[in-house]
Design a protein around this ligand. Structure first.
Ligand SMILES: Cc1cc2nc3c(=O)[nH]c(=O)nc-3n(C[C@H](O)[C@H](O)[C@H](O)COP(=O)(O)O)c2cc1C
Length: 328
């Protein structure tokens, strides 16, 4: 189980929190290679983390030189970086304009070159995160995978969408049927993993070595535990109660506020806190209040306590969460 990198979400406190639920490998938010090269001796906040658990530093950039150098600098600044993950899938326009993210996939040999040079400069394992390709008619992931393999990449995450799909629409797991059987390194699959059944379905279709939880884990950290437990023992764990969700939400809130400071932490929590009760049918009005009336830790905790008092015993129901089905 790999915790998917999400810009604006997966900062140190969020990763620390999710680790408590059994995440195997955590990945930082994507970090600019050029930014690291230009930052002098200043340590980027993305680089501030300890050695508590395996963490990948994700870098984005447009050239093998920049990325491999930035990786070396990062590892010198923080010896706790366990591996470097290279972003080859980001579709955001600003990133594309700089020639980074998904643009790299247009040039498969460059993808290989980046991995080769970064492995050489750091001596660490290097992984890559890619997509299917640019659009339905240009799904060149296999060309990219072959180049990555020949550069001795250590693992590949594939987000089962094209660049043009952005983050919506169905991931195409059909295109990745049995992919692990034809790839020599561990594959991790990503895209719409919101429930245990989504993970089971993605893994059985692709035979991948691992699955990545991204948006599905925001407000539903126990999903990670459910996935791990199922693949270790075959057992399906019952979904948590609203009361448990509230407790976890408070725990994450304190961790986030400690990391980001009160103002930035509270701003972030306005979008995260409602998700902790998104699986509760009767919480609709409370979701709105959490999003609009959260102005301080006190106001947030007061609303959470009110929810707990009214429906703490209810179980979170998957039907209340965004529900996605794979194209079968
Ligand atoms: C808000 C947001 C930020 C993201 N930031 C990154 C990022 O920094 N690096 C990256 O490789 N992927 C990033 N992703 C992609 C996710 O890691 C994941 O592959 C994608 O969301 C598909 O999984 P999901 O449908 O289960 O959320 C981001 C996704 C979202 C929604």
């Amino acid at each position: 189980m790999v915790l998917g990198p999400m810009s604006g979400y997966t900062s140190r406190s969020y990763r620390d929190f999710m680790k408590l639920f059994g995440v195997g490998l955590s990945v930082t938010e994507m970090t600019s290679a050029v930014g690291i090269l230009n930052s002098g001796s200043r340590t980027d906040e993305y680089l501030e983390f300890g050695r508590n658990y395996p963490t990948a530093l994700q870098l984005f950039g447009h050239s093998a030189e920049d990325i491999s150098k930035a990786a070396r600098i990062s590892v010198d600044r923080n010896g706790n970086v366990d591996l470097i993950d290279v972003n080859m899938g980001c579709p955001v326009h600003k990133i594309q304009r700089s020639g980074a993210g998904c643009v790299l996939m247009k040039d498969p040999p460059l993808c290989g070159d980046i991995v080769r040079k970064t492995k050489r400069s750091t001596g660490l394992p290097v992984t890559a995160k890619i997509r299917l390709g640019s659009d339905r008619n240009h799904m060149n992931f296999m060309d990219v995978i072959r180049e990555l393999e020949s550069a001795e990449v250590d693992a590949i995450t594939i987000h089962a969408r094209t660049k043009d799909q952005g983050y919506s629409g169905y991931p195409d797991y059909e295109a990745l049927s049995d992919i692990q059987e034809s790839v020599s390194v561990p594959m991790i699959v990503s895209g719409n993993i919101y429930t245990l059944d989504d993970a089971i379905s993605a893994l059985s279709r692709t035979k991948a070595a691992g699955v990545m939880v991204a948006r599905g884990g925001v407000g539903d950290p126990f999903l990670v535990t459910q996935i791990n437990e199922y693949f270790r023992t075959g057992k399906r764990l019952e979904s948590p109660t609203v009361s448990q969700q509230i407790e976890w939400c408070k725990q994450l809130s304190d961790m986030l506020i400690e990391e980001k400071g009160s103002d930035a932490g509270i701003r972030k929590l306005r979008s995260i806190a409602p998700k902790f009760v998104s699986g509760c049918h009767r919480c609709r009005e409370y979701r709105l209040r959490l999003a609009t009336e959260t102005v301080s830790r006190e106001s947030l905790f007061a609303i959470l306590d009110e929810i707990d008092g009214k429906m703490g015993d209810e179980r979170i129901n998957c039907d209340g969460r965004p529900h996605h089905h794979f194209t079968e």
